[in-house]
Design a protein around this ligand. Structure first.
Ligand code: PMP
Length: 317
């Protein structure tokens, strides 16, 4: 970080993060009316370069989702990518980093309405290593909390207020001694993890809940579906998953920008297969790591280099 000071993009300019302050009355703080993204940038020591992973896809998802909350953003996805590179250059990390863009309603009036309510936007970045510490895989429970429904708070939108649902599920799982949890939707089908998507392996098939099953349609989920086909010839099947199928799965794993790819080895105190990471999960985890760290040229179009953005072969967006 330059001068040991962290900068943020805030109200149209890059400012010291300590100066990026908002009112205690802010609508998004009071009513949860923000839409955020989580983007990872990976440090490649060999290439002395920081690579941002699938940045444009994240911004395109955010620009889609803000429409749901009547939030306006004056920047295009391309401009948001450029701003992010500029900010990362300013913060100059030489380590894996998380980028958090946040588009939100900024009114300071009392009342939940989204009308006559100005939109604001900021980005901050923070050094970020592994999200989970459990190296041998996660022991999880099925949460008693249900995922918010598309007709309540659309989970596809990454709305900040909806993460109270995530917080309840994750905290109860943690307090009961589990690493995380699997959340069902209102109809009792598997939706996703607390803040990651889920894949199940059964009889050689790779299965994940469909986009209309009250999930965030994860960029990692989609990334895996794409390379599983290209690298291993496995076509991902999108279908509803019953709770009891979790217990009898051959393999289970979570995936997400923060979580990356992480095996789930126990659900509700039932071992998944032999209780160890399975071979398909291992292949997917290794491939995901190689791709995100710029070690597989066929996927270099998903990576944007920060420091050599101009003139570097890798990272055409
Ligand atoms: N589901 C939820 C609820 C999440 O918060 C996340 C993390 N953004 C994901 C899934 C995974 O999405 P992505 O792969 O786009 O990070």
């Amino acid at each position: 970080m330059s001068e040991n000071k962290s900068y943020a993009f805030f109200q149209g300019e890059i400012v010291p993060e300590e100066d990026a302050k908002i009112s205690i009355r802010t609508h998004a703080l009071q009513y949860g009316t923000g839409v955020f993204e989580g983007i990872r940038a990976y440090w490649n020591e060999e290439k002395n370069e920081l690579f941002v992973f699938r940045m444009k896809e994240h911004y395109l998802r955010m620009l889609d989702n803000i429409k749901i909350l009547h939030i306006e953003c004056k920047h295009s996805a391309e401009e948001l990518c450029d701003l992010t590179i500029e900010l990362l250059k300013k913060n100059a990390p030489k380590t894996d980093t998380y980028v958090r863009p946040f588009a939100y309603k900024a009114s300071i009036m009392v009342g939940p309405g989204l009308q006559n309510n100005p939109s604001e936007f900021f980005i901050y970045t923070v050094p970020f290593g592994a999200y989970f510490k459990a190296e041998d895989g996660l022991k999880v429970m099925v949460s008693s909390w249900r995922r918010v429904d598309d007709n309540a708070i659309p989970p596809r939108a990454k709305i900040s207020g909806a993460y109270a649902n995530t917080a309840l599920a994750k905290t109860d799982a943690y307090n009961m001694g589990f690493d995380d949890c699997i959340v069902l939707d209102q109809n009792g089908h598997v939706a996703e993890g607390s803040a990651m998507n889920i894949y199940m392996v059964k009889n050689g098939e790779l299965i994940t809940p469909p986009s209309y099953e009250n999930i965030l349609v994860g960029i990692t989920r989609n990334t895996i579906a794409e390379f599983a086909q290209k690298e291993f010839g496995i076509t991902v099947k999108e279908r509803k998953i019953d709770r009891s199928e979790l217990y009898t799965a051959d393999e289970l794993f979570f995936c997400g920008t923060g979580a990356q790819v992480v095996p789930v080895v126990e659900v509700d105190k039932r071992k998944i297969a032999d209780g160890k990471m399975g071979p398909t999960t291992k292949r997917i985890l290794d491939t995901y790591e190689a791709i995100t760290h710029g070690k597989m040229d066929a996927y270099s179009h998903w990576l944007t280099p920060v420091y050599a953005a101009a003139g570097n072969k890798i990272g055409a967006r």
